[in-house]
Design a protein around this ligand. Structure first.
Ligand code: FES
Ligand code: FES
Length: 175
């Protein structure tokens, strides 16, 4: 089966019951994506598929053949850390680091969702020109990514700083 992983074409043969997470980690050697609960509860396995965040532990790899998959290994470009990765370092957004790859991938897609004007349950004003990426918005939108170390303050600060100003008009009121 054919995939594009971190911009590179990949051919892989595997049991049809293999999860996308196991394909990445065990077949392709991309161990940056972590296996936490393996049942969709922790977000450690979050990767991007065509820019959308998904829990790779809940996805069968065969569902995603032909799609473009980005893991944490694909966030840095030409040896430069993604701005969000640098912000995590500057804001102490991790302790053990086990949740961090999922936090990073999830936050990148989350910012894109905000940029598309998708409101969350805490978006107060759906008629506003932009969705301000407040601490409450970040916490709600990142609530699927757990951190056992409790590094949430640094995580929220890093995300808010990196994506400040990227909000857009909520979807219902977009032109
Ligand atoms: Fe996938 Fe926990 S390992 S959500
Ligand atoms: Fe340890 Fe988040 S930094 S689980």
């Amino acid at each position: 089966m054919h995939f594009t992983v971190n911009g590179q074409p990949v051919e892989a043969a595997f049991d049809a019951r293999t999860s996308l997470l196991d394909l990445l980690r065990d077949h392709l050697g991309l161990s940056g994506t972590k296996k936490g609960c393996n049942q969709g509860a922790c977000g450690a396995c979050t990767v991007l598929v065509d820019g959308e965040r998904i829990n790779a532990c809940l996805a069968l790899a065969v569902q995603y053949q032909g799609r473009s998959i980005t893991t944490v290994e694909g966030l840095a470009t030409a040896g430069d850390l993604h701005p969000l990765q640098r912000a995590f370092i500057e804001h102490d957004g991790f302790q053990c680091g086990y949740c961090t790859p999922g936090q990073l991938c999830s936050a990148v897609a989350m910012a894109a969702e905000v940029a598309r004007g998708l409101p969350s349950v805490v978006t107060a004003d759906l008629s506003a020109e932009t969705i301000a990426l407040s601490s409450d918005e970040v916490r709600e939108r990142m609530s699927g990514n757990l951190c056992r170390c409790g590094a949430y303050n640094g995580i929220v600060d890093a995300i808010a700083e990196t994506f400040a100003g990227e909000g857009r008009r909520p979807l219902e009121h977009a032109a």
